[in-house]
Each structure stands twice: as C-alpha cells, then as structure tokens.
Design a protein around this ligand. Sequence first.
Ligand SMILES: Nc1ncnc2c1ncn2[C@@H]1O[C@H](COP(=O)(O)OP(=O)(O)O)[C@@H](O)[C@H]1O
Ligand code: SF4
Ligand SMILES: [Mg+2]
Length: 344
Amino acid sequence: MTEPILSIQDLRVTFRSRSESVHAVDGVSFDVYPGETVGVVGESGSGKSVTMLSILQLLPQTSRVVTSGRVLFQGKDVLKASQRELRHIRGREIALIPQDPMTCLDPVLRVGGQLREAIRAHNAVPKAEQRRRGVKLLDSVGLPQPERQYGQFPHEFSGGMRQRAMIAMGMANGPSLLIADEPTTALDVTIQAQVMDILRAAQAETQAGLVLITHDLGLIAEMADRVVVMYAGHVVESGDVRTIFAQPRHPYTLGLLGSLPQTGGDQDWLRPIPGSPPDLARVPSGCPFHPRCLHSRGREICSTQRPELTPAGETGAHQSACHFANELDNETVHDLLKAAEDIQ
Ligand SMILES: Nc1ncnc2c1ncn2[C@@H]1O[C@H](COP(=O)(O)OP(=O)(O)O)[C@@H](O)[C@H]1O
Ligand code: SF4
Ligand SMILES: [Mg+2]
C-alpha cells in the first residue's frame, strides 16, 4: 500500500487573545495520497484555510498562535521543520494556490521574472534555460501568447490569467503536493472550468496529491476522489466522493447537499441549514453542530458528549462524527432534506 504524501494527525490551532481563545482547528486528521484529490468543504469560518496555512507554517509566528499535533509530509513532521527545511518544502515540494493570486504575485515584477525566481530558487539553471522553462510553463497553463505574457506585469493580466500564472509558478519545481484554497472563487464560471482543467492536467503530469478547498459542491463532485467535511474546526465526515454524495452519514453534510444557493449576500455561499456556524471562541458543548441539527431532536447526548469520528459504513474509509449516524438510512435522509427545505 502506498504511503500518504501528507498525513494530518490531531491538528489543533488556537488563536489566543487576552480575553478569549479561538479554537480554529480542533483535532483535525486526514491523509492525502499521491495522485489523489481530497476536497475539503465546509462553511466559511470552519477552519479550512487555517488548517492548510498551519501546514506550511504561514500563520503569524507569535505566542498567540498555538499549534499542536503532527503533520507528516513524506513521513516527516513539518511542524518541527527548521526554517531552511520549510523554505525547501514551500517552494519545491508543496505549492499553494490561493484564492486571490495578487496576494502572492509581486505587482512590481514581471511575471517572467517571478517565474525565473521560482525556478532558480531550487535549481542551478542557466539563464537562457530559465527563460525557456518559464515560457513553457506559461504555455502549459494555457496562456495564449506565452512569450509575450512572460514579459508582462501581473496587472496586465485578467483574473483568470493571474490564477494560471500562479499555477505555473506552483508547478515550476514539480511539487508533490498542491494545495488550492478556493482557487476559482473570484473567477467567472467559464474561466473557473478552464482553471480547474489546468490544475487537473498539472496534477496528472506530476502525480501530485491535490487538496482542493472549496464551498462549491459541484466542483467537489467533479474533481475530488475523497471528501473531508469540516464544521467548527472539526472533521465531521469523510469518505470517497461517491459515498458522500449518495449516502451521507452526517446531518451537516446532508444540509450541505440539500442546500440552496443563497444570493444577495456579499458571498455566494450555500446556506446548508438554518442558523449560522458558531463563534469559534464559544463552540457549543457536546456535538458542535447540535444547536442547528435537525436530526438531534433535543436528545441529551448531542449537547453533552462530543461524537468521535467513527466508521459509518462497511469499510473504515467512510467516517462520521454523529452519535446517530446509523439512523441515517435513505428514508431518514429524504425526510431531513425535506424538513430543511421547508424551513428555508
Ligand atoms: N490570524 C488570525 N487570528 C485570529 N483568528 C483567526 C486568524 N485566522 C483565522 N482565525 C479564526 O479562525 C477561524 C477559521 O478561519 P478559516 O480557517 O480562515 O476559515 P475557512 O477557511 O474555513 O473559511 C476564523 O473564523 C477566525 O475566527
Ligand atoms: S451528534 Fe446529535 S447534534 Fe450532532 S450531528 Fe449527530 S444527531 Fe446532530
Ligand atoms: Mg478560507
């Protein structure tokens, strides 16, 4: 059996201030295998980005941020890596593709210059060769005139082109893991599809693992092999994509699947279930989802005991953190979806 490229084990991240502690990530565990795509889904504020940033140690390095657990990348704990090791991992082994590429692209440097920097940071490559490779990378992500665009500045690019340039930069050193955090949220639908195709092609070429963070379930259905559902800093369900869509075994996942696009807000987010996710400084006792859960029906254990992630199907691959996961047969699932619709 292949080893996971990334193994997150009981990861916890707490932001401390004088008055409170925000448990942004609270005991998250999951693995990513070479060549597979893991979709991480959950409402805004569920700890998805913090999970990924902590892996690369990109959170503010102050005593206010407390991280624990293990994050094994190629078998080595990155939470214990030195600054030198981290630089190597960030530029070469793990590529992060953010929601807004302008946070990573330098506005005053030409795209080609930034690509060359990415290439030569990890390899001694002659200058002419750096250029040749840079142009080839831009070509491989589908930029129409790579020679020309190599000499342009990021502000001369459209949003979709910038995202492509980010992917090109991420791929410069053949990373073994890609982390894409809402990579297409800012783009229109046609461009979204193109960017996803490019990401998929890039991944296929290097057999990299891909962690795709998104609130777009359509994207998850299309791209992911496995799904990790997060709620209030916890993984509440995980399994292969078909199982999650056909036989969800957590009421929150059910809510996500039955949700309607909520329009009119500043974010085109899906409202899974009536109510909103908790303030992470005041996560409810017991099951963090209990105040919103249509399946609990006030049962005491839901508000007193935190459910662990346990096998929910015949194989251990499907897991759910709900005390009453085994009650969620197809009929109950149907009734719950109907009840959620009625409330909305
Ligand atoms: N730099 C920070 N300082 C303090 N709290 C933070 C910081 N970054 C994130 N948080 C907290 O962590 C929570 C989870 O954030 P995040 O991982 O960005 O959510 P998601 O990506 O799922 O939308 C936020 O609601 C916020 O309370
Ligand atoms: S443990 Fe209880 S509150 Fe939590 S999801 Fe299951 S039924 Fe709902
Ligand atoms: Mg986020």
